[in-house]
Design a protein. Structure first.
Length: 265
């Protein structure tokens, strides 16, 4: 039977296991060219080898069977199908990275150095601005503006910069602590950060991975029965001025507590 391939031979040439080929036949994705009526043996044409290889490669890329069928049925939409799959893969990568971060933190001997602390009141240069999650560009932009103003006026920050995210509002106060006489300028205000009792966890790593750290800190606070308020602060203990390596950044994630002096004594 010139040009005919038994299923084991077709499997060898395409890299698709015989079991997979039988399943693809059942769902109509890749049917054999001939089926012997007496023996029910499947025979494939040599012209189907390239198709089988394409299907295998698409599946190795992680495409679903529905997506593969779309590629076969509507080849003119191949670009759209592949771009949709690229988007899904990128989302999966982000989810996996978050899971790996959570796992890494969970395996640490002392996860995130949790502690109760009373954050002190201090004078700051502050920009009060709106937040548009998940786009947090306003925070580094405000910090750059504040640091540039400090350099212009000769103000020396005496503590790490930070921002406070207020409860039930999409507004933040981006702050740089300064001592002595400070003057406002434009949208830069001179404000007193009131401080207060907080539950804090220290995250080590790049800023784009702090989201998972917030979840871990609040879970630990609730596990301990602490009365969180919903107001948070992100304090840049070790950041760009201290190291060029984002993996070495140290950020305190603080959840403010109800003003009860007993938990923080």
């Amino acid at each position: 039977m010139h040009g005919r391939l038994i299923i084991s031979r077709f499997a060898l040439l395409t890299g698709l296991p015989a079991k997979t080929l039988r399943y693809y036949d059942e769902i109509g994705l890749l049917r054999p060219q001939w089926v012997d009526e007496d023996s029910a043996y499947r025979y494939y044409s040599v012209t189907q080898v390239s198709l089988g290889i394409r299907i295998r490669r698409w599946r190795e890329l992680g495409l679903s069977l529905d997506a593969v069928r779309r590629l076969l049925d509507t080849p003119d939409q191949a670009g759209d199908v592949l771009r949709e799959h690229e988007h899904r893969l990128r989302q999966e990568i982000k989810e996996r990275e978050r899971a790996l971060l959570a796992l890494h933190l969970a395996l640490q001997e002392a996860p995130m150095n949790y502690r109760l602390e009373h954050l002190p009141a201090q004078q700051t240069l502050c920009i009060h601005t709106s937040l548009q999650p998940p786009h947090y560009e306003v925070i580094p932009e405000a910090l750059q503006e504040l640091m540039a103003y400090c350099r212009t006026r000769g103000y020396a920050p005496h503590a790490p910069s930070f921002f406070v995210h207020h409860s039930e509002q999409q507004v933040v106060d981006v702050c740089v602590p300064v001592a002595g006489n400070a003057e406002p300028h434009g949208r830069i205000e001179v404000r007193t950060f009131e401080g207060g009792p907080a539950f804090i966890g220290r995250f080590v790593g790049p800023y784009d991975r702090t989201g998972a750290a917030y979840t871990l800190v609040v879970e630990e606070a609730l596990r301990r029965g602490l009365p969180i308020t919903g107001v948070t602060a992100e304090i840049y203990v070790k950041s760009v001025p201290h190291t060029p390596d984002p993996n070495a950044y140290e950020t305190d994630i603080a959840f403010f507590l109800q003003p009860d002096p007993e938990p923080v004594a």
